[in-house]
Design a protein around this ligand. Sequence first.
Ligand SMILES: [Zn+2]
Ligand SMILES: [Zn+2]
Length: 259
Amino acid sequence: MKITVLASGSKGNCTYVQGDSGALLVDAGLSAKETFRRLEESGCDKDLIEAIIVTHEHRDHIKGVDVLSRKLNIPVIGTQGTLWQFEDKRTSEKKLIYDPVKTGEVKTVGDFEVEAFSTYHDSMDPCGYRIKYGDLTFALCTDTGKTDERIGAYLASADVLVLESNHCPDMLKNGPYPAFLKARIADSKRGHLSNTAAAECIKKYCRDSEKIVLAHLSEENNRPEIALESAQTAAEEILCSAGIAVSHQHCPAETIRLQ
Ligand SMILES: [Zn+2]
Ligand SMILES: [Zn+2]
């Protein structure tokens, strides 16, 4: 299994997950052109992609879905609420193939087993994903105000976890955003996971992870070194030996290979 976070942050999110003979995209928030460029730059094969799996309908997760789905002739998978919202926002008349997923159910896509779990975010029916490929498990959990035991159960089994570490609470509090936006981001029921909350999540659920990639870092209210230190301190406290990395907005992160 090979995983590359092609982009992560409020200007676009996209992760490539590849097995031996197929691949998935989780979110496609870059333009199709930029997605193809980054796939090539990272040595990922666009022709292996069998489906685009979307977490929710915010633009930073769906911007390239329409064009990519049509160009690659592949279905769009998401919760029914997300797919309805996405279809509603589309401007193209051309039909897409939709394949709704229900949270808590396993959907087989090629050699992958895909499961969605609900997250806490201000969209119609947002979710994260656990994707199994043989004995290997990948999970992605971003755009969520909090994690809890229900979500933790999905994350705990992941060899590789992409976990949101959106903001440093102090930087958000003292930063330039208007009060309503600060409140929205910090709201655990519908916002984004802070460095502190991500660290707590790691301590509770990620003891056995092999690799943790911090994601959706705010460019205004966070810095990679602060997010990284917070996560590494949490991992050290529970004697977790996972490699921890940060993903980027403007370039692909280093590819992770699992066997
Ligand atoms: Zn987002
Ligand atoms: Zn969002």
